[in-house]
Design a protein around this ligand. Structure first.
Ligand SMILES: Cc1cc2nc3c(=O)[nH]c(=O)nc-3n(C[C@H](O)[C@H](O)[C@H](O)COP(=O)(O)O)c2cc1C
Length: 371
């Protein structure tokens, strides 16, 4: 059990917003697999929501299975953020997240996204107006700071706790880092230490259950959120939950299971967006699944051209036929085509470091097998 203000959740693992990807079909796919509870929408412009802009309304489209749901808002105008929060509460949304991490100029120039990290009193006031207006929890998602010289997240987190947020989600990189470089676990730990009573959820490059465990152990954060990790591997939440509870790592999903889930994702895309649009949008979804298929070139080339269900079915069945040459009798990839396990950036650095150390200590000549 995990509490986000008044909201009780069944998991401390969260889906991180990925604009263009964390739509209703994807949220349903990962909920069906399990291990996750609160999922979020893509970021939504508060003003567009108030104006009932159809695109903004599509971004918050949901259904009974898509619960509990958080909507992520961005915007720098206090009154708009407050009114959008009221509107979301009236629509039955369970939690509202405020984007303070987005580095994209379209977002920062509104006074929202990462620019909020630089204006503590204004940001605090904006959050307070949202907290006062609704009962549902308000959470904030931030980066470690603007750049390495301005690691403001601990101060911002403390100020936001005073303003009434129920949790902090923190991506362990600065705005200047973008998505490059190693996630800074020490930076996340400072945010955890910066707040008194609210949970901090760590984020960034959690691509495996071991990475989730490492982030929690090293930072003291109360949970993790995964974005790209969930796209590479929609089983990540289920497997992480198992691993954290039992210490045993579940096996990777079989190829058949990956195909089953990808098909389900496609069906939901068509259901929610219609056959044409769903197929066009699936062009950018399928290559995430195929990253773990093994040899995949013809599939990747063909799937980015699909426009209909017929196209999708044909591309997939041709691929399944082609892939047989790389598998054994049971359909598993022959050893030479199997993929190495994924390693998170912050795990990699440590492993590289250990490998360097191993190399630095020369092994003297002799009967290695008996030493
Ligand atoms: C394509 C893409 C879209 C994103 N969109 C959002 C967004 O709408 N709101 C947000 O707060 N963060 C957004 N992010 C950042 C992610 O939520 C997350 O903080 C970041 O990707 C690091 O976590 P990950 O390694 O688990 O993906 C986006 C990231 C990517 C790659």
């Amino acid at each position: 059990m995990f509490s986000l203000g008044p909201l009780n959740l069944r998991s401390n693992l969260f889906l991180s917003p990925l604009a263009g990807y964390t739509n209703l079909p994807f949220r349903l796919v990962i909920r069906e697999i399990g291990g996750v509870d609160l999922c979020t929408t893509d970021l939504v412009n508060a003003r567009s929501l108030i104006e009932q802009n159809p695109k903004a309304l599509k971004l918050i489209e949901t259904n009974a299975q898509d619960s509990p749901l958080s909507v992520q808002l961005f915007g720098g105008v206090k009154e708009e953020m407050r009114d959008a929060s009221i509107l979301l509460q009236e629509r039955g949304v369970d939690s509202i997240d405020v984007n303070m991490g987005c580095p994209v100029p379209k977002v920062t120039k509104t006074g929202g996204g990462a620019s909020m990290m630089n204006e503590l009193p204004k940001t605090q006031e904006l959050i307070r107006s949202m907290v006062d207006a609704v009962e549902v929890p308000i959470t904030a998602k931030m980066r470690l700071g603007w750049d390495d010289q301005n690691l403001t997240a601990p101060d911002l987190a403390r100020a936001l706790e005073d303003a009434g947020v129920s949790a902090i989600f923190v991506h362990g990189r600065t705005r200047a880092q973008g998505f490059e470089g190693v996630v800074n676990l020490e930076g996340i730990r400072r945010v955890v230490e910066g707040v008194s009573n609210i949970p901090v959820i760590g984020n960034g490059d959690v691509t495996t259950p071991q990475a989730a465990k490492r982030m929690i152990e090293r930072t003291g954060c109360q949970g993790i959120s995964a974005g790209r990790g969930a796209f590479y591997n929609p089983w990540i939440f289920l497997h992480t939950q198992d691993y954290l509870q039992t210490g045993v790592l579940p096996p990777e999903p079989s190829f058949e299971e990956r195909i089953r889930v990808m098909r389900r994702h496609y069906d939901l895309m068509v259901e929610v967006f219609g056959e044409k649009r769903g197929s066009l949008q699936f062009r950018k979804v399928a290559p995430w699944y195929s990253k773990r298929f093994g040899p995949v070139k013809p599939f990747n080339t063909a799937v980015v051209r699909i426009s209909s269900r017929e196209d999708f079915d044909r591309v997939l069945s041709e691929y399944l036929e082609w892939r047989k040459d790389f598998t054994d009798g049971s359909g598993e990839l022959l050893p030479r085509y199997q993929l190495p396990p994924m390693v998170a950036s912050f795990m990699q650095e440590e492993e590289e470091h250990q490998a360097k150390q191993r190399k630095a200590i020369a092994v003297p000549k002799g009967p290695v097998e008996v030493w």
